[in-house]
Structure formats: structure tokens, C-alpha cells
Design a protein around this ligand. Structure first.
Ligand code: ITT
Length: 199
């Protein structure tokens, strides 16, 4: 079966891995790490949609065809929605997941079990020739655990238990995470749109 190439405007290999697993064999999934001439996109927006649009438009102006971006993060109700769009640098250093998780646990130390609600959010933008064409939002509700657990996934996965489960995404593993995650929900809508518009 011929594969459709899907270029993801990300340098986060964990996101790409999940998208590749979820998209299945009919897609050849590549990301910005495969193209050394792609620009580093500054995320100057204050919303997931703004940042997802910046990434998708910048990368799609360098390559033919549709490009899909993913801007995502964790919103914690007891922290008024933080870390939100600043999820990847919450601990003070961009992309340092250990520090991010330490800061989150620290900030949540006084918060009781029944006030630890949170959600992962993912906004995906499809762009072509430097212009955004459509966007999709997925989210998954859950709560912040008292201590990290599990080895799988990335980022805040060891601290986030999705609703209906007692353990973290990192403990549940890829099969379950990919069925109910924020990224799974946004991707399923994005792929449906692409099926109707690509080609
Ligand atoms: P790109 O901008 O290159 O895509 P990034 O990691 O900087 O990579 P974001 O700006 O969208 O991407 O930040 C996302 C951060 O949110 C990520 O680094 C994690 O800290 C967190 N995050 C997003 N999705 C997650 C998931 O599925 N599991 C755990 N943490 C996640």
C-alpha cells in the first residue's frame, strides 16, 4: 500500500513517536529533525493555537505539501491553568522534564487530593505553503498524582492520571495513552480532515 508522507512541525521526538504509532502504516511520518534546513521556530504566542500556527506556517513554507504542528501542554486548575503554553520550560530550562516535574510537585505540595484536577491539551494546525488551513483541539481530563510513577511516555506523564484510572500515563503505557490522550483526539480529527483534503 502506498504511504502518504506526513511532516510534523516538531523537534520533540516523543510527539513524533506517538503520532507515528497512532497514524499507522499508511503514513510515513517525518519531523523537523529529518530536515536540517528547517528553521528553529520561536514560540512567541500566548495560546496553544498561536504557537501551533507559528510552527505549522514556518515549516510549511520550506517544504511541499501539508504540514501538521502540535502545540500542547498541561493545565492544572489549582495553579490557574499553569504551566499551560509554558509547559516545556516550567522548571526553568526548556525541555528539561525532570525539572518541570519537580516544579509541578513543589507547587502542588499543599494541594489536597480533591483539588488536583488537570488536563492535557493539544492543538494541531494543518498548513500548506506557509498558510494555516485548519486546526484541531484535543484534551484529556485527569489529576496530578502525589508522586511520579511509571517509565513510559515523556514530560509530565509520570504525574498525570487520566480520569477513570488510578495510575499515571507513564505507567499505563503507549497503548492506553494513545487511545485517550489529547494528542490522539486532535490527531484523529486532523487525519480525517487530511483524508478529505489531501491529494
Ligand atoms: P516542539 O515545539 O518542537 O513541538 P516542545 O516539546 O517544545 O516541542 P511544546 O512547546 O508543545 O512542544 O511543549 C509541550 C510540552 O508540554 C512538552 O515539552 C511536555 O512538557 C508537555 N507535554 C505535552 N504533551 C505531553 C504528553 O503527551 N505527555 C507529557 N507531557 C506532555
Amino acid at each position: 500500500m502506498p504511504q502518504t508522507t506526513l511532516i510534523i512541525a516538531t523537534r520533540n521526538a516523543h510527539k513524533t513517536k506517538e503520532i507515528r504509532q497512532m497514524a499507522g502504516d499508511s503514513y510515513l511520518v517525518r519531523d523537523a529533525n529529518d530536515f536540517h534546513d528547517f528553521p528553529q521556530v520561536e514560540e512567541t504566542g500566548t495560546t496553544f493555537l498561536q504557537n501551533a500556527t507559528l510552527k505549522a506556517e514556518a515549516i510549511s513554507s520550506c517544504v511541499d505539501g501539508f504540514v501538521l504542528s502540535d502545540d500542547s501542554g498541561l493545565e492544572v486548575d489549582a495553579l490557574d491553568g499553569a504551566p499551560g503554553v509554558w509547559s516545556s520550560s516550567f522548571g526553568g530550562e526548556e525541555g528539561n522534564h525532570t525539572r518541570n516535574n519537580h516544579r509541578l510537585l513543589d507547587d502542588m505540595r499543599q494541594v489536597p487530593q480533591d483539588r488536583r484536577s488537570a488536563r492535557f491539551v493539544c492543538v494541531m494546525v494543518v498548513a500548506c505553503k506557509g498558510k494555516a488551513r485548519a486546526h484541531f483541539r484535543g484534551s484529556v481530563e485527569g489529576r496530578i498524582l502525589l508522586a511520579p510513577s511509571g517509565e513510559e511516555g515523556f514530560g509530565y506523564d509520570p504525574l498525570f492520571a487520566p480520569i477513570g484510572y488510578e495510575v499515571s500515563f507513564a505507567e499505563l503505557g503507549a497503548e492506553i495513552k494513545n487511545q485517550l490522550s489529547h494528542r490522539a483526539r486532535a490527531l484523529s480529527a486532523a487525519l480525517e480532515w487530511l483524508n478529505n483534503h489531501a491529494g
